[in-house]
Design a protein around this ligand. Sequence first.
Ligand code: ATP
Length: 344
Amino acid sequence: MSMQTYLSIDNVVKKFDQFTALNDISLNIKQGEFVCFLGPSGCGKTTLLRAIAGLELPTSGTIIQDNKDITFLPPEQRDFGIVFQSYALFPNLTVAENISFALREQGHSKQEVSKQLEKWLGIIDLPDSGSKYPSQLSGGQQQRVALARALVLSPGLLLLDEPLSALDAKVRTHLRSEIRRIQTELGITTIMVTHDQEEALSMADRIVVMNHGVIEQVGTPQAIYKQPASEFVARFVGSMNFIPPHHALLTDKDLPFGGKVVALRPEDILLESSKLASADNNAVVSACEFLGPIVRISCKIDDGLNLTVDMASDAFLREAIEVGSRVSLSFCKTKLQTFEAEAA
Ligand code: ATP
């Protein structure tokens, strides 16, 4: 992947009357990169995507795409393709007509149009569906057609606004890898908005975590998960236990007491049935959630603190853990993470 910046967002502010939806957003996106905007409802991720598309104009700040200031350009003068959550295909046009619509509008020859059509029907793996109407396709197939339609003019930038959230789980996972495959093959710079952390972690080169109109952290999926920059990111991405700072579990002198909030991932806690264990962190199992390869176990430590622990299903079954079991919990102190406490 080249290191060249393709899209540069500088100090972008967007206000709706008194309300600040984007508060001084700055971000550089590299050529060919797949970036996810991730955050809870209302954090501003769609507004930022819409500002990049020209569907919303910033109150201040600049957006540079491919060395060109596009901040106030109307959408039709920008160079992007977009896919929305709702399929937004023309219902009265066939798949072939939907995909080739923009090519025909631009006056490409019949020969060129059919060449492109064949290519795109192949890329989205619907080679025989050109003559079907959108209503004859599944949701996942319609989104693949929407993707082809967005890409047929070879834009420099692909914008995806929650493209998978209307689909059921199985189709969604399949389309994740399909989108990633097509994006990598084309090498097209891509921004996807999602509120689904798993989707962002599995698809993105870099994730931009947003909250209340500001960027909380920008990083690779691994960095966001392993080294969350704030309590918000730690809470929003993955599961996290929070331990009160003066809790007995944290008496060791070596604990990283720099921050005021101490956190520990469920998979970083070792749970042993108390028959086997030597550690003295005694706890009782209060709930077990079977998730396939792992079991997520809620434990109550004797002093009342609740901790969530992830345990491999095989070990869970072997040790015959159940609600009410007495267990021993331990962890390696290097797994503890500390954060500044957030203002309430
Ligand atoms: P969601 O996942 O729910 O779409 P989001 O993170 O994409 O959330 P935005 O749609 O960007 O959030 O909205 C950010 C904030 O700006 C919200 O509080 C929203 O109510 C507000 N907002 C968005 N568009 C407008 C508008 N046209 N007029 C007034 N307020 C708006």
